[in-house]
Design a protein around this ligand. Structure first.
Ligand code: UDP
Length: 264
């Protein structure tokens, strides 16, 4: 099955290699995790833009386990932080693929750029920009960013602003980015690529404990986030298992089904 529904998000049931191959055609990649899934229950704008993404992949091992429990097994967890290095390594010899990094604190993007370009042994990352706090509401800064990305002629835009800011920014501006074919929403990946924040050991990520490592790294910000997400997520999974789950943005699901069957 190429696309499966998990609560009210569709997930492309692809392996990393299949996804990298399909990205030759371009598209935006969003990486749903537990936080995204919770937001998708109440943030209509976020829900709507998710419907327009060409690719939506499973970022979280917890989601991967839950998909098995629910009976819609996702083949592979592909977190944004794994996808991005896989992407630049896969396309390292394809001179048509170039990257712009948008996000992270001042200087971090530049460090990530150097690290990546050293690794792939070419000038693959062309430019970076660290936006100011609250930039998304500043039309002038957004215009400057668009102009800078267009000037760079980069064909891939990797946006690390955290959710939902990064997805909303991509959705609102992608049509104005004339050279960009691939849009990657990658959260804290620019920090990882710069060596600014340490990623969890592979074994922790594999068994679904990456969140624990991230809490240790940033206890104040992320401890609260994960703690607040835990019970509501458990409830969502339980309601799906009990057949009680209703997509809040699809009204009268049973009526629509009834009307369709009347028309048949
Ligand atoms: N960030 C940013 N500008 C903002 C908000 C966040 O550049 O206005 C960056 C921040 O520096 C960090 C990343 O976005 O690099 C935060 O990612 P987060 O940990 O929230 O993402 P996750 O990986 O959990 O989706």
């Amino acid at each position: 099955m190429a696309r499966l529904n998990f609560l009210n998000v569709s997930i492309d049931n692809l392996t990393t290699t299949e996804l990298l191959e399909q990205l030759k055609q371009g598209g935006a990649v969003y990486t749903p995790n537990v936080s995204h899934l919770l937001r998708l229950q109440w943030d209509k704008d976020f829900y709507d833009l998710y419907q327009d993404a060409e690719f939506s992949i499973c970022d979280s091992q917890i989601l991967w386990y839950a998909s098995r429990l629910i009976g819609t097994p996702i083949r592979e967890k592909i977190s944004g932080s794994d996808l991005f290095p896989a992407f630049y390594n896969y396309y390292r010899n394809d001179e048509d693929v170039t990257v712009f990094l948008l996000g992270a604190a001042e200087g971090v993007g530049e460090q990530a750029k150097q690290n990546i370009n050293n690794q792939v042994k070419r000038n693959m990352v062309l430019d970076t920009y660290s936006p100011s706090y609250g930039f998304e509401a500043d039309t002038e800064e957004c215009e400057q960013i668009i102009e800078r990305i267009n000037r760079s002629k980069a064909t891939t835009l990797a946006v690390g602003l955290g959710a939902p800011k990064q997805e909303k920014w991509i959705h609102a501006n992608r049509h104005r980015l004339v050279h960009v074919k691939v849009f990657l929403a990658i959260g804290a990946t620019i920090d990882f690529e710069a060596g600014q924040v340490q990623r969890s050991p592979k074994w922790m990520s594999k068994v679904g404990l990456e969140w624990a490592h991230r809490i240790l790294m940033e206890p104040g910000r992320l401890g609260k986030r994960y703690f607040n997400d835990f019970l509501p997520f458990l409830w969502l999974v339980l309601s799906e298992l009990l057949g009680l789950y209703q997509n809040p943005f699809v009204e009268n699901q049973t009526c629509v089904t009834a009307e369709l069957s009347n028309m048949a």
